[in-house]
Design a protein. Structure first.
Length: 747
């Protein structure tokens, strides 16, 4: 076998004392029978005469010398050496003796089986002599980020060899000292060999690294990061689409998230956080005095807010991240059921741009977390049903089922009911998901884990005497009420809460799409596979159970707010209509898709304009707070009550209520007795003009005795046409939501 022909490029600047030592050392080590080595010394007009030393060495060794006009950079020196070489292999070494030539033969000969060979400072068996702490730190930081780009242990090594095919047709541009990084990013290679060695301390020269070299390097990192991302996306279109959809979802979820303040139910989080800012203390207190809901969501909000105390965004972060999780899970759930990436991406897209999805996912409420956990539990159940039993799938299914129980009661009830019916149906039809004994043991484990939540509800209902289960529903317990409750799920999931029938263009377009998809469903229903029936069952049963459960467990909730209590049905609905859309062929499929986008775009427009809402209570803006801020005076008081709890006051105190002193509602009589002069007291009140079925009060009716109004601000978010329509349907005055703030004084 003929020897490997290779050029070794050695860039130099002020290396007169080192160069001759290095050349002699290399020449004494190199295996001349197997390696035909030439040196290419590139000198940048060294003031110490390094160029002259190189010329003298030419007399005894196979050396070519390039003399340059000045200090033009190590990277450009290496590039010039590459150009001058006419051999199939090239290598690079520093002239300062730090690169130990003892591994030269192994490095060069390894090119017979590899495209690139690197002397690695960080491979097992390597060592670095006496580096200063700051040099170690800078090197570790740089290597850490460069590894992420290349997957190589020492991608910043200046000691490397390569087959020239690696850089054939590649335009290398590096000016700085880390040209290997550019080769690894741009080069054509498949196999890389790294060999450990002892990185030695220089003897006769100083380091060429300076501030500018470091800046050039970090500029390289940034540029090559973008290049690698571009290259990755160009070669992975499916992942590009997927990541783009995640980015879209993130943008929409975070966009204008702090443009409205917390509505009444959301302020419960602020109350808990005020009294128990420590997450563990919160859990202890919660199991002493519980709310109507399990504690996991509140616990996570308080925990995350300690890490990210970002105002309204920080409080809503759990919900937003859960919303993002729903978007991603829709993709994988669709892929599991229908094995079609285009269909999965379309479902992901429709989820992301839904105004209803954004509304619920931006709330400081538990609904999006409960939906995500329930969806994940259903995903792993379906995976077992379709792919087969695996222990890890079963464990994940059980884990998420338990977490649902600690987040929301309705979702937990629906989940347990739905999956047990499905399991036993599959079991009886010989489609065994897993053995009956394992299933019953798993369900027993879930039931035992739920006992603490049962205890919480016992405290709430029987000890705290919660009377929330005695109110009448909006339309009464009638077939019309049940039908309205049922259909409202479809309306909310498709149109959101902000496209009303009198928004003619988007409503008509959406209605046409719904009719077409319903026709497709009826036509294709008998020709579908198990995956479709499983999806259809999960969605339909969750909606039916929600209607039945809330009509009996807590009938005060009318059809307008029903859908959010089974928010997991929303992503199932999106997957379902996506599947039905893909059943349509040709031009009409794309027409339906376009109309779906137009409907959702109209919903987004109304969402950001905060208009047309079925339930105006969700959209409490900051105008009341600004009214207080602009009109309050020093020594004014703010009454703490159900509509302005102490947590809400404390959260906004510095921004809006800096001049006010908080006083609990039950302490007002003491304040009146102790004050002879006129008082100025601010009072927040949420109410309506009255609804006989709710025994509701107008906001002004809540004003404490002994006070009169001297100024006020009210916002009425209820759509006026919707209000009249509701009153006509129910035959009585309907609930007209109002946010009000009053400036009071003593009578």
């Amino acid at each position: 076998m003929s020897p490997i022909k290779i050029s070794l490029i050695i860039p130099t600047y002020n290396e007169a004392k080192n160069l001759s030592i290095l050349i002699e050392e290399i020449w004494g080590i190199i295996n001349k029978e197997k390696i035909d080595l030439e040196f290419i010394i590139v000198d940048d007009n060294s003031p110490d005469g390094t160029g002259n030393v190189a010329e003298e060495l030419k007399k005894n060794y196979p050396i070519k010398v390039i003399h340059r006009s000045g200090k033009l950079g190590l990277g450009s020196a290496v590039r010039e050496g590459f150009k001058l070489s006419d051999r199939p292999y090239v290598g690079v070494m520093d002239a300062d003796l730090s690169h130990n030539p003892v591994i030269l033969n192994d490095l060069i000969l390894s090119l017979l089986d590899n495209n690139i060979a690197i002397g690695g400072r960080f491979s097992e068996g390597s060592s670095v002599e006496d580096w200063k702490w700051w040099r170690k730190l800078v090197s570790k930081v740089g290597v850490f980020f460069a590894r992420k780009l290349t997957g190589i242990k020492d991608p910043l090594s200046g000691y490397f060899f390569l087959n020239k095919n690696v850089i054939s047709g590649i335009n290398l541009k590096t000016k700085g000292y880390k040209i290997l990084l550019e080769v690894l990013i741009k080069g054509n290679y498949t196999k890389v060999k790294e060999l450990p060695y002892n990185f030695r301390v220089r003897k006769f020269s100083s380091s060429k690294l300076n501030y500018m070299e470091y800046m050039l390097f970090f500029g390289q990192l940034f540029k090559y990061s973008l290049l690698r991302i571009f290259k990755y996306f160009r070669l992975n279109k499916d992942k590009t689409y997927f990541i783009s959809l995640i980015a879209l979802s993130l943008i929409l979820l975070f966009y204008r998230i702090s443009s409205r303040t917390f509505w009444m139910d959301e302020t419960a989080v602020l109350e808990y956080m005020y009294h128990s800012p420590n997450p563990l203390n919160f859990l202890i207190e919660y199991f002493r005095v519980p709310d109507n809901h399990p504690p996991l969501y509140y616990f996570l909000v308080i925990l995350l807010y300690r890490i990210f105390p970002f105002g309204e965004l920080g409080i809503r972060l759990v919900s937003v991240l859960s919303g993002l999780g729903i978007t991603v899970t829709v993709y994988y759930f669709s892929l599991l059921l229908f094995k079609d990436k285009a269909l999965a991406r379309w479902g992901m897209f429709l989820t992301s741009i839904s105004s209803y999805f954004l509304l619920i996912s931006q709330m400081a409420r538990y609904h999006s977390l409960a939906a995500l956990l329930t969806l994940l539990s259903l995903y792993y159940f379906c995976k077992m049903a379709l792919v087969g039993y695996e222990r890890k799938l079963f464990i994940k299914f059980l884990l998420f089922s338990v977490l649902v129980g600690y987040t929301d009661l309705p979702h937990f009830v629906y989940l347990i009911f739905i999956i047990n019916i499905c399991y036993f149906y599959l079991f009886l039809t010989k489609n065994k998901v897993l053995s009956l004994s394992k299933w019953l043991a798993g369900q027993a484990g879930v039931a035992v884990s739920f006992l603490p939540i049962i205890y919480l509800f016992y405290l709430r209902i029987f000890i705290q005497n919660d009377k929330g289960f005695e109110k009448a529903s909006l339309l009464g317990k009638s077939f019309i009420n049940l039908a309205a409750d049922f259909l409202m799920h479809f309306y909310a999931y498709f149109f959101g809460e902000n496209i009303l029938p009198w928004n003619f263009a988007p409503f008509i377009a959406g209605a046409l799409v719904m009719v077409v998809l319903l026709f497709v469903l009826i036509k294709k229903l008998c020709k579908q596979n198990l995956e479709f029936y499983l999806l259809f069952y999960l969605f339909l049963m969750s909606v039916i159970l929600n209607v039945i459960f809330l009509n009996h467990a807590d009938p005060r909730y009318n059809f307008i707010v029903y859908p959010k209590y089974v928010f997991v049905a929303f992503p199932l609905f999106i997957i379902l209509i996506t599947r039905l859309t893909f059943e349509i062929k040709g031009f009409y499929k794309y027409l339906i898709m376009l109309m779906l986008i137009l409907v959702q775009a109209a919903g987004l427009f109304n969402f950001y304009q905060r208009q047309n809402y079925f339930n105006g209570s969700y959209f409490n803006d900051f105008t009341e707070y600004q009214f207080v801020q602009n009109n309050s005076k020093a020594n004014d008081y703010l009454i703490i009550n159900g509509d302005m709890n102490i947590g809400n006051y404390n959260f906004y105190k510095d921004k809006y209520f800096g001049k006010l002193t908080a006083i609990p509602l039950d302490k007002l009589p003491n304040l009146l007795e102790g004050k002879k002069r006129d008082l100025r007291v601010w009072f927040f009140s949420t109410g309506s003009d009255g609804d006989s079925a709710y025994d509701s009060m107008a906001a002004a009716d809540k004003i404490p005795e002994g006070f009169k109004i001297i100024d006020q601000h009210q916002s009425v978010p209820t759509d006026p046409i919707l209000l009249k329509l509701k009153q006509k349907i129910i035959g009585r005055q309907s609930y007209n939501y109002k946010y009000s703030v009053y400036l009071l004084t003593n009578k």
